[in-house]
Design a protein around this ligand. Structure first.
Ligand code: IMP
Length: 435
């Protein structure tokens, strides 16, 4: 069996810079597929004066020769999707014939968003700090076998029946969570939702197909497929910092389930991590820092959520965390982003170990106090920046295949003779490499 599939995953709590990475790697692949999550993700790609924030459509769509797939494991808000298509089209990027959406992906409906907000604020519930996009409740319905799939949007009588049933139930749940009497203003109207979603279904219909079949046929022809993870390993529903996690399998295993591509087709898994660490939402974060240093790092790294605008929590690079992510995902290589954000620090703590009580043990590395912004050549980096990278690589026992030194496509160091280059060379069909 051809092993032409490569998975890219976040190795921390999301926001590692996967958007830029996937955009860069996409030139080696014919297909880019999302396999989990939804529009809770915000993958930012900067091309010249354009800043694209893609939430549902794989970043590969920005490469004219690539085809983009939204796999069965994704939960889709059709409203968000149609807006994203319109934004791309208005920027001159046509998705026609290049975007494929799974018939089996589940649909996010308005009541999912409301129930999430209600649950986040309900007394006695743990506040997760979600993105309020209805992701969790949509996955709950999927696992509860009462979800609505994309293909169901095309069958009016059953769509209407589904929504009528669901609305009755969801109104009752919302009332219980809000601990309120029936409030007509806040109650959902099944007929309105039905009409809206029937119309939205028609809009996305041209893109909808059996994507598992499509991807498997492509893989049979030896075409290269990049599987684009959203969020990060520590937000995985099983392996993350539960309950402060998202509701899907963000780790490499999720890529097979969320696309229908078998594990035997996977050639490699690549992790993406910042040169430090961030997290949004609640939950444990061992290397978190606060105060003026945290504020400075947050400003310099522009650490504000691309979807919600929330300030991100910031902290130091955490070796045990990356080792854990490497184990869960079977990482072959790591791509390190935002190295330049550390340029002004005289010393840089790195968590090398955890004490038995869970507090980090740091080793301080000397800073380089020189700008690395936009550097493209490893040997051009200040010696102390190289030392920092070599220190990290030795500690995490992983190849560092690429380093990002700014948001632009060309602000990137490709590490020659890295394992990453070997992998890209192996999966890229000769016909594609020549382009
Ligand atoms: P949800 O995915 O909206 O249910 O949120 C669950 C947790 O995952 C919260 O802590 C969110 O902040 C976090 N989260 C969800 N999507 C992202 C993302 O794309 N980047 C970073 N954190 C995310």
């Amino acid at each position: 069996m051809h092993q032409s599939c490569v998975i890219v995953v976040g190795a921390q709590w999301g926001d590692e810079g996967k958007g830029k990475v996937v955009d860069l790697l996409a030139s080696h692949f014919q297909w880019i597929a999302r396999y989990q999550g939804g529009h809770n993700a915000g993958h930012t790609v900067v091309i010249g004066d354009h800043r694209f924030v893609l939430q549902l459509i794989p970043c590969g769509i920005l490469r004219p020769n690539a085809k983009a797939v939204i796999g069965n494991g994704v939960v889709i808000d059709p409203l968000a999707l149609t807006k994203e298509v319109a934004t791309l089209e208005s920027a001159g990027i046509s998705v026609a014939g290049r975007l494929f959406i799974s018939t089996r992906a589940h649909v996010i409906l308005p009541y999912h968003r409301l129930i999430e907000t209600a649950a986040e604020n309900a007394p006695g519930r743990v506040k997760i700090g979600t993105t309020s996009r209805g992701i969790g409740p949509a996955y709950e319905d999927k696992m509860g076998r009462r979800g609505l799939r994309v293909q169901d949007l095309f069958d009016p009588p059953s769509l209407r029946a589904h929504i009528q049933n669901a609305v009755g139930e969801k109104n009752a749940i919302a009332r219980a969570l809000y601990q309120s009497e029936p409030n007509a203003a806040r109650e959902f109207n099944a007929e309105i939702i039905y009409a809206d979603y029937l119309a939205l279904g028609e809009k996305i219909r041209p893109y909808v197909t059996d994507t598992a079949l499509l991807l498997n046929h492509a893989a049979d022809r030896g075409e290269a497929i990049l599987l684009e993870g959203a969020q990060g390993a520590l937000l995985d529903i099983d392996h993350g910092t539960y309950p402060f996690v998202t509701s899907s399998s963000t780790t490499a295993g999720g890529a097979c389930i969320g696309t229908g591509l078998a594990p035997t087709r996977i050639r490699a898994a690549i992790g993406v991590s910042k040169a430090y660490c961030t997290r949004v939402g609640g939950g444990p974060f061992p290397t978190e820092i606060e105060g003026p240093l945290a504020d400075a790092l947050r400003q310099r790294g522009n650490e504000f959520g691309s979807v919600t605008g929330r300030p991100r929590r910031v902290g130091w690079f955490d070796v045990p965390l990356i080792r854990y992510a490497a184990m869960l995902n079977g990482l072959d290589s790591l791509i390190l982003t935002k190295l330049d954000v550390l340029d002004e620090l005289p010393t840089i703590p790195v968590c090398v170990d955890l004490h038995p009580n869970g507090t980090p043990r740091y080793e301080e590395r000397p800073g380089w106090l020189t700008s690395t912004v936009g550097m493209t050549d490893y040997n051009q980096l200040p010696p102390r920046a190289r030392e920092y990278l070599e220190f990290l690589a030795a500690k995490i026992q992983l190849d560092i295949g690429m380093i990002s030194t700014g948001p632009e496509r060309d602000q990137t160091i490709v590490v020659a003779s890295s394992r990453l280059q070997e992998i890209l060379h192996d999966v890229t069909p000769a016909s594609h490499a020549a382009r």
